[in-house]
Structure formats: C-alpha cells, structure tokens
Design a protein around this ligand. Sequence first.
Ligand code: BTN
Length: 227
Amino acid sequence: MKWKIHHSAETASTNLDARGGKPGDVFTAGYQSAGRGRLDHKWLSPPGASLLMSVVLDVGGISPERIATLPLAVGFATLEALRRYAPDISLKWPNDILRSGRKLAGILCELCGNHAIAGIGVNVKSWDWPAGIQAAALDGPSTEETRDAILDRLAGVFESWREGGISPFMDRLAACDALKGKQIEVMRIDGDPEPFSGVAEGIAEDGALVVSGEKVYAGEVHIGTVG
Ligand code: BTN
C-alpha cells in the first residue's frame, strides 16, 4: 500500500476531509476544531498535541460481516505500532488503546461508499487534560514518526484483514486484551440499552465482545461497575 499524505494546519475533522479522498490517501491536521469520537463523543486536543489522522481504505467487495471487524483490525495495527514507544499498552474493545489503563489513542471508523475512513487520534504529547479525562500520552516520538509507524503497520494488517478478517490476529488480540477476565459494565447499542454487568471473556472471531456468555457487537464498556 502506497500512502499519500495531505496535511493541513487546521481543519474541522480529518474524517470529514477524508470523505473526498481515494484509497491510500491520508489526511492529517495539526488541529481539529470539531474532532469527532465514537458514539458522538468529541476528540479534544490543543494544536500539535495529538496525531490526528484519517486513512482512506478500499473495502469494495468485502462482506458487511468482515467490514464490521475493521475497527478492531485498525486498533490492533495501531497498538502494534505504538508498542515500541509504550510497552505498557493494551486494547480496550472495540478499539481504544490504553496506556497503564488510561486512554492513549482512539479510533473512529466510518463507511463512505466503497471506502472506509479510519480516523486515528493518538495523544503524542501530554497536556492539561480537562478534569475527569483519564488520558495518557506517548511523550517520546514526534507526530510524524508516530504517523509513519502506524501507517507502516496498518499497510500489512489491512492486507491480511482483506484476505482473512481478524482470524490471523486472534492470538495476538487475546494477548493485548485490556478487558479479558475483568468485571465490566456494558452500554449496548446493538440491543437492550439498559447497562448490564458481566465478566469479559474475550473477543470472538466475528469481532464481538463476549460478556458472561453473551455476544456484544456494538457498545461502550466501562471497567468495573459504574455507580
Ligand atoms: C474515540 O476514541 O471515540 C475515537 C476518537 C477518534 C479521533 C480521531 S482524530 C482523527 C480523526 N478525525 C476525527 O474527527 N476523529 C478521528
């Protein structure tokens, strides 16, 4: 995969910029005035503190079942790339990267016709995060180095994912699973929205999180029980 970088000093959201892109295009920005996260959350970052990157991927001809596992594959590629800077990282289903239990990176995958837009935000430098945000940063590599490390890893992971979904990564996914064996609370968005608690048993080959024997395909997870 050959990547083509399009950088702007400031934009609303690189995921919006990427809607006009083609496969292999990578949109980055120094600052986003309307950075978006999963489930209508915001991605906040002062200028230069985060890697803000959206990658356009060709998912034409791939089944919807496999496409549903793409966010996990992108999370896995990001984790593998960042491990050299931060060995203490793990993947919180579906695709948050945690460093010592605090959020280091987040991923927002969106579909746009035959393209998937993989939006990746990484806290490269620490800043004065708003109260209540449990975040961590790399505090080592530059934004450009972080970008290149992720793109390098993503190229290989995306090719294997196109061929075999997340099957080739199952063992390595299990090894970096932040939730496995923990008591968690889940807010489903693929079923009954009433929060429920259970023990995370791991990630299934179809991308679901298995919680006390039940498969969850979309939702938000809190470790422990929310009061
Ligand atoms: C999340 O943790 O909820 C996902 C955060 C994704 C943030 C990235 S930053 C680059 C790209 N552009 C956006 O507006 N969002 C993603």
